[in-house]
Write a protein that binds this ligand. Structure first.
Ligand code: HEC
Ligand code: HEC
Length: 282
């Protein structure tokens, strides 16, 4: 291309850029949940009614009830979220936020907002995004791909046990997954509040979901703002599914994985090397 048309192009490119800026600004005050479009102006009303007491009028997590609550309500001005389908460090999708609002955060004061209409929840998601300028300049990250689940058999569970050892999940979560690993008592979140690793024996639900695919997503994307890291760069999909199958044996559930494990274990317990600091393998 010669120089002159390039200059002319640059002017048009400038127009295009400001149009993209406009689009980003629009994306910030809207949300897209399937075929529902959320609107921030409408969302402000719901927010003022249902969310303000915890998350605060300025979205900074300093609502009047926040002082009584642990963990603290999310500070939306930081735009850092635990439950994402997107890689660590990136913004969540509108759907991720919608799921968090709908599901609530188990074991915390964040209620499930399922009783609100889909439209109302979509609106409030759009409104949350207005608290941080990150949403005006960045789009959400690209959701990670979760390949089809591998068979949950004893071989997979045992390989997953090795992954748990090798990735040092036990350092925080403890050898038995009780949230009592050697590093557990020293951990703080991004606001310097003490935070405990998840105790797998307390139930079947996680803050960010409850299905096997949810568990896969949780440790592959990490819980941003907490010491729970992303393992996406360290694990292949097969390892990750094996790990999911092993984690299920730590929970007090009658899952297929737990049933397989309990059948296998009595005759083989002696073959297992204990998990934790003193060994490298199974
Ligand atoms: C009674 C207090 C309370 C109310 C009311 C409340 N929240 Fe929360 N919310 C919390 C707490 C506490 C957390 C942090 C949980 C955690 O960090 O584990 C949270 C977290 C969140 C998150 C972050 C999830 C993530 O992935 O990090 C979103 C989004 C959210 N709330 C939206 C809302 C919306 C929208 C409303 C109103 C419809 C609302 N909340 C009402 C207490 C509340
Ligand atoms: C540096 C410490 C640390 C390490 C290492 C670590 N975690 Fe975590 N993990 C945490 C903390 C802290 C939480 C609790 C976060 C919260 O409550 O918001 C957590 C939470 C979780 C949760 C529950 C998330 C939810 O949605 O409730 C799962 C599942 C999990 N970790 C799996 C793993 C696996 C698997 C590994 C190893 C591959 C691992 N973690 C390694 C600190 C760690």
């Amino acid at each position: 291309m010669s120089r002159i048309p390039l200059l002319a192009c640059a002017a048009e490119f400038g127009l295009l850029l400001s149009a993209t800026g406009l689009l980003a600004a629009q994306a910030q005050t809207m949300s897209r949940i399937g075929n529902v479009t959320g609107n921030a102006d409408a969302g402000k009303r719901e927010y003022r009614r249902y969310c303000v007491g915890c998350h605060g009028p300025a979205g900074d997590g300093l609502g009047e009830n926040a002082q009584w609550i642990d963990p603290k309500p999310r500070d939306f001005t930081a735009a850092v979220f635990k439950c994402r389908s997107t890689p660590t460090g990136s913004l969540p999708t509108d759907e991720d936020l919608f799921h968090s609002v709908s599901r609530g955060v188990v074991t915390t004061n964040m209620p499930s907002w399922e009783p609100l209409t889909r439209q109302a929840r979509a609106n409030v998601v759009a409104y949350i995004k207005t608290f941080s300028s990150r949403w005006a300049t960045q789009g959400p990250g690209t959701p990670i791909t979760i390949p089809a689940e591998t068979p949950a058999n004893i071989e997979s569970i045992l390989r997953g046990r090795d992954v748990f050892q090798k990735m040092e999940c036990w350092k925080c979560h403890g050898p038995a997954g009780h949230g009592d690993g050697p590093a557990a008592s020293t951990l703080t979140d991004s606001k310097d509040n003490p935070i405990r690793p998840y105790n797998f024996s307390t139930g079947s639900r996680f803050k960010c979901g409850e299905t096997n695919a949810d568990v896969y997503r949780i440790f592959m994307t990490g819980l941003d703002g907490t010491p729970m890291p992303s393992f996406a760069d360290l694990m292949q999909p097969n390892d990750a599914w094996d790990l999911v199958h092993f984690l299920r044996t730590l929970q007090p559930l009658q899952t297929p994985e737990a049933a397989i494990w309990q059948t296998w274990l009595p005759a083989h317990a002696k073959e297992l090397k204990p998990l934790g600091p003193d060994q490298g393998g199974r």
